[in-house]
Design a binder for this molecule. Structure first.
Ligand code: ADP
Ligand code: MG
Length: 279
């Protein structure tokens, strides 16, 4: 091909870059060949390219939201075994995975003992919200409170508070493992106040509501916080056998069987970590 014949391509590619249409840039030649072979007219050719660009753009946006959410792991409901936790209302979880509660600014609280899949479900709902187009941020309660205290000491508390208030879905994992200082509890309370009826929050906790005072330190604060949090709330009851534990036991039992036919020794389970130790 001569230089002059190449010129429109060079210009086109330049313009596509300037217009930030990377998928059309990458695909237009291939789709042109396919369209010619299939006898597809120009509007349909353009339509195909525009669709490809849109699909790719949405995929990149979802990826970006997932990265911004800072999930410790990406988990979905596809890998969640509902049979392992009969206390959990499966229909409710599937309904929540549609993310419509985010539009209504409802909250979700998952309560239950350690290892029953609370974090897994919270991560899965977070992922679903990212896929539906909502901004999400995942943090543990302890990390969040530490960050709030640091921000306050560094005089950028209002910036952090504004960031947290702007997220469509804030997931606060593991409220209850660490008791909070009075200042920490106040700062956490402010986060809820600023989100109240404006944006959704998911909380997971190993403690029933009656025991939240032991974490937040004050009955007045706990009452005010629960008041806001539970105004529009979906409660996920997740008490049951620890999944982690059952699976650790399963593999241990298999290992024991292979090693010898001796009966299994009694095991003691650490209620906090779910670790198994021989009695
Ligand atoms: P919790 O937050 O309630 O302590 P996790 O969500 O951290 O429990 O669960 C512990 C581990 O077991 C995780 O790796 C999680 O993915 C897995 N798990 C828990 N419950 C289930 C389940 N019902 N189906 C599949 N995996 C599960
Ligand atoms: Mg957890």
């Amino acid at each position: 091909m001569s230089k002059t014949a190449d010129k429109p391509q060079v210009l086109l590619e330049h313009h596509l870059k300037a217009l930030k249409l990377p998928t059309i840039l990458a695909e237009y030649e291939k789709v042109a060949r396919e369209s010619a072979a299939d006898g597809i007219d120009h509007p349909r050719y353009l339509l195909r390219l525009a669709e490809l660009e849109l699909i790719e753009r949405e995929r990149r946006l979802v990826d970006r939201r997932i990265r911004a959410a800072k999930f410790p792991a990406v988990k979905s409901l596809d890998t969640f075994d509902f049979l392992a936790i009969p206390a959990l209302n499966k229909m409710l979880v599937l309904e929540l995975a549609r993310s419509e509660y985010v539009i209504r600014h409802d909250n979700i609280i998952a309560l239950g003992n350690s290892g029953t899949g609370k974090t897994h479900v919270a991560l899965a709902l977070g992922l679903a919200a990212c896929q539906k187009g909502f901004s999400v941020f995942f943090t543990s309660a302890a990390t969040l409170v530490n960050r709030l205290m640091e921000a306050r000491d560094g005089r950028h508390l209002s910036r952090l508070q504004a960031q947290l208030a702007g997220v469509k879905l804030l997931i606060i994992d593991e409220l209850g493992y660490v008791p909070l200082s009075p200042t920490g509890a106040e700062l956490l309370f402010e986060v809820f106040s600023q989100r109240y009826e404006r944006a959704s929050t998911i909380i997971t906790s190993n403690l029933p509501f009656e025991e939240w005072t032991s974490v937040l330190g004050s009955e007045r604060l706990t009452g005010a916080l629960l008041d806001r949090l539970t105004h529009h709330v979906h409660i996920l009851e997740m008490n049951g056998d620890s999944y982690r534990l059952k699976h650790a036991r399963g593999s241990r039992r298999k290992a024991t069987k292979v090693a010898s036919d001796a009966p299994e020794a009694d095991e003691v389970v650490d209620p906090d970590t779910g670790e198994i130790a021989p009695a």
